[in-house]
Design a protein around this ligand. Sequence first.
Ligand SMILES: *[C@@H]1O[C@H](CO)[C@@H](O)[C@H](O)[C@H]1NC(C)=O
Ligand SMILES: *[C@@H]1O[C@H](CO)[C@@H](O)[C@H](O)[C@H]1NC(C)=O
Ligand SMILES: *[C@@H]1O[C@H](CO)[C@@H](O)[C@H](O)[C@H]1NC(C)=O
Ligand SMILES: *[C@@H]1O[C@H](CO)[C@@H](O)[C@H](O)[C@H]1NC(C)=O
Length: 480
Amino acid sequence: MKNLLNIITIILCVLLSWEYTDGVENRASGEISFHRIQISSLFPSPSSSCVLSPRASNTKSSLHVMHRHGPCSSLSSEKATTSPDHDEILRLDQARVKSIHWKLSKKLTARDRLSQSQSTVLQARSGITLGSGSYIVTVGIGTPKHDLSLLFDTGSDLTWTQCQPCGKNGTSCYPQEEPIFNSSSSSSYSNVPCSSPLCDSLPSQGVYRNCSGSNCFYVAGYVDGSSTSGFLAKEKFTLTNTDVFDKLNFGCGVNNQGFKGIAGLLGLGPGTLSFPSQTAMTYNNIFSYCLPSSKEYTGHLTFGSGGISNSVKYTPSFTLLVNSGGSFYSLDIVGISVANKDLNIPLGVFSNATAIIDSGTTITRLPPVAYAALRTAFKEKMSNYKTTLGPPPFDTCYDFTGLRTMSIPKISFSFDGGTVVDLDSKGVMYMYGMSKGCLGFAGNTYNNNVAVFGSLQQKTLEVVYDVPSGRLGFAPNGCR
Ligand SMILES: *[C@@H]1O[C@H](CO)[C@@H](O)[C@H](O)[C@H]1NC(C)=O
Ligand SMILES: *[C@@H]1O[C@H](CO)[C@@H](O)[C@H](O)[C@H]1NC(C)=O
Ligand SMILES: *[C@@H]1O[C@H](CO)[C@@H](O)[C@H](O)[C@H]1NC(C)=O
Ligand SMILES: *[C@@H]1O[C@H](CO)[C@@H](O)[C@H](O)[C@H]1NC(C)=O
């Protein structure tokens, strides 16, 4: 009898999971409160092939966003890196968050200052770490056009690429897969002189300048010790067949260290040197992107307001933090819910800490009190699963070995203005190892540390940066 019951239960479970692969309904409200996920879908096979998603509809100003290590990557040598080193990703992520805290904190303890000053010299001038930044786009630079894969970063302004001559006069370039841009063979290239106001403005944008010659020489250091320096220059940028910009300022980096594989960086920050700011005449300083749920899919990076979905919900508390340390977009988190139940987080926990949205930080960082509340509610809903130890900074990890599906509670963020954003089912957990995953959030050390809404939580959301209207928007299903 007991066996028969077990068999019936198993059949029922199989039938249920067949029917609800996307979510489990809360019968009372009819709202989805859990996501049921096929575990295999969270671990793309190393041999999976690229599934190109359509770019944003109704707009030509859109680029494919690729995971640099996925099968869609334009960098074939990077593609080969099929098994990511999670410890390294998480270490770089933590370094980026540390540098954000350093740059944006007003109340530094003596100990913080000490540990910072013991690191590299460059960081004193400027800098943020690039983190584990994984998303790239391909942009055409120069005449004739030279297609280059650039990491995109909402946390810095300067767009740069490695430039020939590398290795002359003691300069060096790190290995990159695509041929290095040669400014001497581009007819549209010109250096920016030291006498230009733009060169003068570099230090206020976190970039050191060196005017010992007549050309404006920039030095941008990142806290992790990587750096780029070279000529501040003007060049033609080709995004798509129709979207060509004649004289954008960028860094022609003849001396670059610490990066790998990629040709440079596309700066999407809020400062005047950034790509959206420089193309504001065309795109009105509006851009949007969608980060794909998995490496084998592409997302999009779209400039201008064409093609933005009608279902985008905006939060009005969207401010630009531009200082000599770095440029960030700030937003106001006001609450979090787990399985449709609001966490009881005291008023003031969020308002005591600035929050930013960042494409270059993977794991969302929360004020310690908010993280503790999230963890407690999440653990309660996950009590059926076997817990395990995970890599730092995680403390809430599960072993799903032997299971075909898992049910995880839906997590939603409330932003100022009553905007509620449901995270995608792939934006809740950080999966690593064989069938293991951790709650993909971490708590900050101090209550007033900057909170960061990271890229894991942004997956598949269409995120709209509408600078002129001072609003940030989110919509579900921006990409696969
Ligand atoms: C390298 O040095 C040579 C001679 O000293 C000079 O002509 C040339 O402009 C230098 N190149 C760069 C990139 O500084
Ligand atoms: C760069 O282009 C110039 C002009 O075409 C050429 O003389 C030079 O050899 C090129 N440098 C490299 C490193 O390819
Ligand atoms: C400043 O630029 C000159 C070449 O113009 C270079 O020799 C020098 O090393 C640079 N200084 C720094 C601190 O980068
Ligand atoms: C917010 O900061 C103030 C001043 O530091 C402090 O008194 C208050 O307890 C903090 N509120 C919360 C909820 O942490």
